[in-house]
Write a protein that binds this ligand. Structure first.
Ligand code: NAG
Ligand code: NAG
Ligand code: NAG
Length: 372
C-alpha cells in the first residue's frame, strides 16, 4: 500500500484493472494504483471519493475492481445508497451506456455521436466528486439500486480518476462537460441545486447554456481549468469538443504542460495516430506496459487512456516540465479528433512514479519500437 499524507477531506482516486488469462488460470489483476482518499471531517459521511479502506493518501488497491467494498464500489456506491428525498445531484454519462439487462439485444453505444467521454458526477450542497473513467457500460443507472461492475470492464485494463471537490467547483465542471458533449444516460439535478450549478443542470437537461450568460461555453472548442480538490491538490482539467478537431495530447496537453508524453490508449480502434514529435514535444504511443510491477502485457489489452511525462518534475519545483500524470477518456485516433472528451492531470511524485514505471515500450517517432 502506498500512502501519502493528505489534507482534510480531500481526495482523488485512480485505479486500473486488467484481467488476463495465463496458463488457463484466470487472473484478475487489480491495478493497484493510487487512491488518495478523503478522511471524514465534520459530517457523517460526506459525498467523496473513497479508497479501499477509507484511509488517507494515495495507496495501492487491496481488492478487485468489481468488489463492492473496493474504492470504486465505495465511491460510486454512494449514488445508490442516498435516501430517496435527499438533495443530491448526479450525472452519469458514457458514449457506451449500460446494456439493457433483460432487453435481449445488447444496447450498444450511442454510436459516434457526442463526446467519447465517460464519467460520474455526484454532489450535495456541500461537496461531491467527479470521476472520469474508460469503462464501457458503466456505471448502472440509479434505479438499478446498487453498485455493480459490468463484465464489459473485466477483460481489458481500465482507468478511473476520482477527485473530491467543493460545491463551488461543480459549476466549472458542468461547463467542462458542456464542452465535452457527453451522452448523459441518467441524471438528476434537483431544483435546490440547479440554481447553484446551472451548467450541470443544463448538461442534465441536454440543453446548451445560453451563450449570453456563459459566453465561453458555446464559443470555445476547448478549455483547460485548474480545479483544486477539497484536500488542496491542484488538478488540471482539459476538455475538448468536436470542433477542436485535433489530437488532444499532441496538439494541446504536451505543449500546455511543457512536457513530452507517453500515452496509453485503446490501440485497437481504427485510424490510430502514430507517435508524433513534430511540435517540439515527443508524444509517444505506449506499446507494452507493466502496471504495478505485476506482469507485462501489450497495450492492445488495455482500454485505459492516460499519459505520463517521461521525466520527473524538476528540482521539486511545482513548475511545469515533467512529473505529470493525466487520466482521461479519449484515445489518439482520427475519429476522436472530432469527438468531445478530455483528461485530468496532476503532478504528484508517487502517482507519477507508479504510472511512469508502467510504461515499458513505446513506438518511436517515425516508427519502430523503443524503450519508453
Ligand atoms: C470479480 O470478477 C471476477 C472475475 O470475473 C470474479 O471471479 C469475482 O467473483 C468477481 N467478484 C465480485 C465481488 O463480483
Ligand atoms: C485550446 O487548445 C489550444 C491548442 O490547440 C490552446 O493553445 C488553447 O490555449 C486552448 N484554449 C483554451 C481556452 O484552453
Ligand atoms: C503530427 O502532428 C502534426 C501537427 O498536428 C500533423 O500535421 C502531422 O500529420 C502528424 N504526423 C503524423 C505522422 O501523424
Amino acid at each position: 500500500m502506498m500512502t501519502s499524507p493528505s489534507s482534510p477531506r480531500g481526495g482523488s482516486a485512480s485505479l486500473k484493472s486488467s484481467q488476463r488469462t495465463r496458463n488457463s488460470d484466470k487472473m484478475l489483476l487489480i491495478l493497484p494504483l493510487l487512491v488518495m482518499c478523503a478522511p471524514l471531517g465534520g459530517d457523517a459521511s460526506p459525498i467523496s471519493c473513497y479508497n479501499d479502506q477509507g484511509s488517507e493518501g494515495w495507496s495501492e488497491g487491496k481488492v478487485t475492481v468489481n468488489d463492492t467494498m473496493g474504492a470504486l464500489g465505495r465511491t460510486v456506491g454512494q449514488l445508490y445508497s442516498q435516501e430517496k428525498n435527499s438533495e443530491v445531484a448526479f450525472i452519469l454519462y458514457n458514449d457506451q451506456k449500460p446494456a439493457e439487462e433483460f432487453g435481449g439485444r445488447r444496447a450498444e453505444s450511442s454510436g459516434n455521436r457526442g463526446g467519447h467521454t465517460k464519467g460520474v458526477v455526484l454532489l450535495d450542497k456541500n461537496q461531491g466528486f467527479w470521476l472520469v473513467h474508460s469503462t464501457p457500460h458503466f456505471p448502472p443507472e440509479r434505479q438499478e439500486g446498487q453498485f455493480y461492475y459490468p463484465s464489459s470492464g473485466v477483460n481489458n485494463g481500465q482507468n478511473f480518476i476520482c477527485v473530491t471537490y467543493p460545491l463551488e467547483l461543480f459549476q466549472t465542471i458542468g461547463e467542462q462537460l458542456q464542452i465535452n458533449q457527453p451522452n448523459v444516460y441518467d441524471c438528476d439535478v434537483p431544483e435546490s441545486l440547479a440554481s447553484l450549478v446551472p451548467a450541470l443542470a443544463a448538461v442534465c437537461n441536454k440543453k446548451l447554456l445560453s451563450s449570453q450568460i456563459f459566453p465561453h461555453v458555446n464559443t470555445v472548442s476547448n478549455r483547460s481549468v485548474t480545479l483544486t480538490s477539497m484536500g488542496g491538490t491542484d488538478f488540471i482539467s482539459f476538455a475538448k469538443g468536436a470542433k477542436f478537431d485535433d489530437d488532444l495530447y499532441h496538439s494541446w496537453v504536451a505543449p500546455a504542460l511543457k512536457s513530452d508524453l507517453l500515452v496509453q490508449f485503446w490501440i485497437r480502434s481504427t485510424g490510430i495516430l502514430p507517435s508524433n514529435c513534430s511540435l517540439g514535444w515527443k508524444v509517444l504511443d505506449i506499446e507494452l506496459i507493466n502496471p504495478g510491477d505485476t506482469f507485462t502485457f501489450k497495450a492492445s489489452q488495455d482500454h485505459s487512456k492516460w499519459a505520463v511525462s517521461p521525466k520527473p518534475a524538476r528540482g521539486g519545483s511545482q513548475g511545469r516540465g515533467g512529473g505529470w500524470v493525466c487520466v482521461g477518456d479519449i484515445n489518439r485516433n482520427e475519429a476522436e479528433e472530432r469527438r468531445g472528451g478530455g483528461t485530468v492531470c496532476l503532478q504528484d511524485p508517487v502517482v507519477w512514479k507508479a504510472y511512469r514505471t508502467a510504461a515499458l515500450q513505446c513506438e518511436a517517432c517515425g516508427g519502430g519500437t523503443v524503450e519508453c
